[in-house]
Design a protein around this ligand. Structure first.
Ligand SMILES: [Zn+2]
Length: 320
């Protein structure tokens, strides 16, 4: 691996609203970083190539060569690097992004789902260090997931494993962004938390927040609920209780199937982990079959924050 010391890895995490790119050494030293908005309707392949070229320029100042480019994308990525169902990216469905980008750069290109990338970051230096069988769930606008099996990220037969957000938890339930009814993410994401709050406000059970938005319930944000709950507003605490219960429903379903040693919770809502932790733990233990007779499944927050996807995308090149 002597050669690796003189090589840099570049990882680009393309989200629906922003793109974060990181260049680093094999040992984790950060060499450069670019944060840019992902403009709506953008040509994803040329955007990626542009960001790669800018970052590569920064790397050459260190007298290092780039050895690979990893791309993490919020969407389903098949085993040959094709993109499917990327709800936040326009013009991305069916895009052969791996081939397109690789034809324009001089290094091998690897593509995976952004949460699978985040799992690689947590395995290398984070909450999943040393874990053999674990689950990463990200609670953000939607719910993302990644399965860690035998110490590596499990991709399934076609590359699309680990998407628990669209497990149906209530077939007659709330409408999900995907068009189906009752998906887990319609309840247990930031969007879900907002939906639960709006429903309570509509039935007169969220008075303080309803007053603050002057009765315009659609203006309620998930942060309004967490903020009010932290200040002790009992009706907001009740929304958090309901939300935590829904998070636990999905986690217990996943645990019944996978028997992981560890569940890592990441995504935007993890900044409020203290507010949710005990409530999720209590409902999870209640909902998981034989929880009093099995080894404790630890539930903890992710450690790599917003950079997890880009760091993990760097590691895609090393994992091959
Ligand atoms: Zn759905």
């Amino acid at each position: 691996m002597e050669l690796a010391e003189h090589q840099a890895l570049i990882g680009i995490d393309i989200g629906g609203t922003k793109t974060l790119a990181i260049a680093r050494t094999h040992t984790g030293e950060i060499l450069g970083k670019i944060l840019e908005p992902t403009h709506e309707g953008i040509d994803i392949a040329s955007h990626t190539v542009d960001v790669y070229n800018s970052l590569k320029e920064q790397v050459t100042q260190f007298d290092l060569d780039v050895s690979s480019l990893g791309i993490g994308i919020a969407g389903l990525v098949n085993v040959s690097g094709g993109l499917h169902r990327a709800p936040n990216l326009v013009n991305a469905d069916g895009l052969q992004i791996q081939q397109l980008v690789e034809s324009k750069v001089e290094v091998p290109v690897h593509v995976d789902n952004d949460v699978n990338c985040a799992a690689l970051a947590e395995i290398e230096n984070g909450a999943a260090m040393g874990a053999q069988n674990a689950l990463l769930v990200t609670l953000g606008t939607g719910i993302g997931g990644a399965l860690i099996v035998d110490g590596g990220v499990y991709r399934g037969a076609f590359g699309m494993a680990g998407e628990p957000g669209h497990m149906v938890v209530d077939p007659d339930g709330a409408m999900c962004a995907c068009g189906m009814n009752g998906c887990w993410e319609a309840y247990a994401s930031a969007t879900g938390l907002r939906n639960l709050a709006i429903r309570r406000a509509e039935s007169g059970r969220l008075e303080e927040i309803s007053k603050a938005v002057r009765g315009k319930f659609e203006e309620i944000k998930s942060e309004d609920v967490t903020r009010a709950a932290k200040k002790g507003d009992a009706q907001s605490v009740a929304v958090i209780d309901e939300f935590a219960r829904w998070v636990a429903v999905g986690l217990a379903n996943c645990a019944a199937l996978l028997d992981p040693e560890l569940i890592i919770v990441g995504g935007g809502l993890v900044t409020e982990w203290d507010l949710f932790e005990q409530k999720i733990r209590a409902s999870f233990d209640e909902l998981l079959v034989a929880s009093d007779q099995r080894s404790l499944i630890s539930i903890k927050p992710a450690e790599n924050g917003e950079a997890a996807g880009a760091i993990g995308a760097c590691l895609l090149g090393r994992a091959q």
